[in-house]
Design a protein around this ligand. Structure first.
Ligand SMILES: Nc1ncnc2c1ncn2[C@@H]1O[C@H](COP(=O)(O)OP(=O)(O)OP(=O)(O)O)[C@@H](O)[C@H]1O
Ligand SMILES: [Mg+2]
Length: 427
């Protein structure tokens, strides 16, 4: 009976009398209380999470908890965590050395695409069928630790544009540092322009390449969240996809190497003909150095020859000098590659592109137009009004001549700080 009594009592709670007004209003108040309370709690939690996401970095928390444990082994995990917090996770892949070794058949020489100043580049195939280009960096281990390397990789990966080669990921394993890029089917522009392979490009394709490079550089200099000076714009760093759309490669790589040495390295000397005199001689680096190299590249694309060719008759050896001579003689079209001459091209457009190249090659860095103006001029959104002044270029014979000191050469070239206001246009 006692049990039944309990059941009845409990039942009376479960099924309250429908006509009990005070009881139902009490329930309503209780429900409202939980609803409002729940909502307030939810908003507080949301604000807390937003603040946490915005101001607290996972690396800081771990550093505080285990100050001594922040070692290279865990750096990779930090990197992944940070990428998760910054929303970059989907853009970076971390490869094991074994994976890349397998993809490149143990870095077999037959898979080597080339070798530049940063190290050899191999073609590889991943297990999922993707073709990649793997750059094995020749870094002195003491120069950069794993976490710094990963930070640089993340920085480069965050810079994306259709005219920049995409960095898919990296590998950091003991002393090994490797970068994994998308593979570009038509390799690099130097192979075509310097005649290493038999591939003809018509004027439309060449113009698309010039415009694409200009757009890629504009992004690096002006539109990206970081200001990047490439420092090594040249034909081998322009990669071409299956449709011959250009993509600039190797941007940001200079960051892996000590600042003060890069511009005077042996590798650098190899590409002297692309280098702006103020950078080569004084180490004055700015976007204007890339703009100068772009000017050299445009002339190379139009003429299909190297910027410096000492096997040619002396007046033709230095491309900017030779082009200027032809321009002064009003016979600039003689610069155009013989094959292109044969196939035909739009004369006005080629002259327009050469004019822009001359603007980029001017001795006074301040006179060279910014990349956004170059893009506007190429796409005819901006009129070409400026008259170029005589190009500056480095003469290899002078560098070899021991009787001429660096100081003597320096005097011949204006500095970044020199005002172009005092100069006289040549034409
Ligand atoms: N992503 C890629 N896809 C296809 N080929 C590539 C790729 N990256 C590089 N290559 C090839 O590998 C060659 C070597 O490239 P690398 O960048 O190491 O040397 P470089 O451009 O001649 O000199 P630098 O070290 O000054 O850039 C290039 O000329 C190019 O043909
Ligand atoms: Mg390169």
């Amino acid at each position: 009976m006692a049990r039944l009594g309990f059941a009845l009592e409990a039942g009376s709670h479960l099924y309250p009398e429908p006509h009990s007004k005070s009881s139902s209003s009490a329930h309503r108040t209780l429900a409202l209380f939980f609803l409002v309370g729940g909502l307030v709690l939810f908003v507080i939690c949301l604000i807390f999470l937003i603040l946490l996401w915005r101001y607290v970095k996972p690396r800081d928390i771990i550093k505080k908890l285990h100050p001594k444990k922040v070692a290279s082994k865990t750096a990779l995990n930090f990197a992944v965590n940070q990428d998760f917090f910054s929303g970059n996770l989907r853009t970076i892949s971390y490869f094991s050395y074994q994976t890349l070794k397998k993809a490149t058949k143990n870095f077999h020489p037959a898979y080597q695409l080339g070798r530049g100043g940063f190290g050899p580049v191999y073609k590889g195939k991943l297990g999922d069928g993707r073709t990649i280009a793997v750059k094995k960096l020749l870094l002195d281990k003491s120069q950069q630790g794993e976490s710094e390397f990963l930070a640089e990789v993340r920085m480069i990966t965050s810079i994306q544009h259709k005219n920049l080669v995409r960095l898919i990921g990296c590998c950091s394993d003991g002393p090994e540092r490797l970068l994994v890029y998308e593979y570009m089917k038509n390799r690099s522009l130097d192979l075509i322009v310097y005649g290493k392979i038999d591939q003809f490009l018509d004027w439309n394709t060449r113009f698309q390449i010039i415009l694409g490079i200009a757009r890629g550089l504009q992004y690096l200099h002006e539109d990206s969240h970081l200001r990047i000076i490439h420092r090594d714009i040249k034909a081998s760093n322009i990669l071409l996809d299956e449709k011959f759309q250009p993509k600039i490669g190797d941007f940001g790589l200079a960051r892996f190497f000590p600042e003060d040495e890069s511009y005077l390295s042996t590798n650098f000397a190899g590409t002297l003909g692309y280098t702006a005199p103020e950078y080569a001689i004084r180490g004055e680096l700015s976007e204007k150095a890339d703009i100068y190299s772009f000017g050299v590249l445009v002339l190379e694309i139009i003429s299909c020859r190297k910027n410096t060719d000492l096997s040619l008759p002396s007046e033709m050896q230095y491309l900017p000098e030779y082009a200027w001579k032809l321009y002064e003689r009003s016979s600039i079209l003689e610069l155009v590659d013989a094959k292109l001459m044969k196939e035909g091209f739009v004369e006005k457009d080629v002259v327009h592109a050469i004019h822009i190249a001359f603007l980029c090659l001017q001795a006074y860095p301040n006179l060279r137009p910014p990349m956004s103006e170059i893009v506007a001029m190429l796409t005819c959104k901006m009129e070409l009004v400026a008259t170029p002044t005589k190009p500056a270029f480095l003469d290899r014979k002078r560098r070899k001549d021991d009787n001429i000191s660096w100081e003597t050469i320096t005097e011949a070239f204006p500095s970044m700080s020199d005002s172009p206001a005092t100069i006289q246009p040549h034409k």
